[in-house]
Design a protein around this ligand. Sequence first.
Ligand code: BGC
Length: 526
Amino acid sequence: MDPWWRGAVIYQIYPRSFADSNGDGIGDLRGIASKLDYIAGLGVDAVWLCPIYASPGADGGYDVSDHTAIAPEYGTLDDLDALVAACHGRGLRVLLDLVLAHTSEAHPWFQAARASRAAPLADRYVFADPRADGSPPNNWLSVFGGPAWRWEPRRRQYALHHFLPAQPALNLADPATLDAMASVMRFWLNRGVDGFRVDALDFVAHDPLLRSNPAAPRAEIPAKPFGMQLHLHDMMGEGTDAILARLRAETEAYRDRALLGEFSSQPGAFARIARATGPGRLHMAYTLAPLRGGFGLTEARALVEAAAHPRGWPCWSFSNHDVVRVATRWAPDGVPDLRLTKLLLALLLTLRGSACLYQGEELGLPEAPLPFEALRDPFGRAFWPEFPSRDGARTPMPWASAAPQAGFSTATPWLPVPDAHRALAVDAQAADPDSVLHFARAMLRTRRATPALREGDLLPLDLPAPLLGFERASPRARLRCVFNLSGHPAVVPPALAADTQPLPHAPVPGVPALLAPWGVGIGGLG
Ligand code: BGC
């Protein structure tokens, strides 16, 4: 049998916003545990928890100050053990987030390293001398704005940070640093977690000579200066492969564990995930390329083309905690359309690879409109209003339409529950057979029951606009998926519609001769 992660659907949980068990307005581990029947009932294979570690919370927990302690607002190690056991009891695997590229400045490693150039952990982070004029060693920029260097007076050096200044970059070229992160992995693997989603892998290695990046050719100045450089030297360094191999080797000592890598949207992203998931590297990986780009026939065909690539094992993700929710982001003019929302779920769940489903994506939640005063995300606050804050995708899960705070919490939540999300709450959708939730459950059941969808090859079909299509084929079965990427009915070439049969549990009965606006056809062949 194929390993569990091949073709798995991984439900991404943003713990702060999933379910609050103790009435402090912040989601927690016990809250997640209370919703496991819902998650298992969706028909997903695993959950990925965004960071739950001790952290000052400067970047939503991606600034870890203790890799082996749980943030008190989320609970305790006992709560995590209980959650992992309860997930396993329902056949769900658990991936934690491994933040490898940096820590919080509050981490004891950084406190030690910054003390002096001769400190015991002096090489744990990337420090470099200033230039003769006192300016930073090179022109590298931080993703979150401004130079990628912060001054460290005690060392008379700059420290590299690809994100916030409070997130100094770890020096993974230093063997002891990589060993330290490997021992963090073992701590959690020994506790029974099934693997990790590994954060920001394009930032784990850089040019050892610290050469400056060239300017990117551009007509205009973008809102984010990071986009003004070609990231030839600060990211995607040659050391990446060796780091990936080491991470993989750590998991090989355990049974059935998996690594899901996150790669940026920088050019060549699809090729990078194919390479990063080659033999001896990660099990699967996703790129932010689709999450950052637009959606139309051209982009959708590029996804299908990438999914057809026989090398490596991609994981598809259309929504997550870093981007505008897909129901809004990919809707024409940003106005969500339930038919398109369902089409996107069907596409996500039929492409070759594994898939991540972000909490609330199964409800078709639109992006939450938030005023500046409500924003917590430092990235969003820095670039407001030119760039939508990531908080619009991080608002609380709506569980019960009529309950205070839509059932998320008994207190005022850390981010508001938007009114538009109440009508889309779990209880309301559970009662409506036409809901996005019902569609998502049916697609997930279909995928589980259909080996060709989980593991089969993907063969793109050459179809006239506005149709997109492909076949999936395993040694014993073949099926066809056709999508109408327009708001008008579209005729399906007769040969494609003629011979398909409905798949078990599928929310659509085969491939019809005429596809409704934003319609989907999925059918088995012979
Ligand atoms: C995470 C972000 C985070 C960044 C820095 C990412 O790719 O998904 O939420 O801000 O890494 O850790």
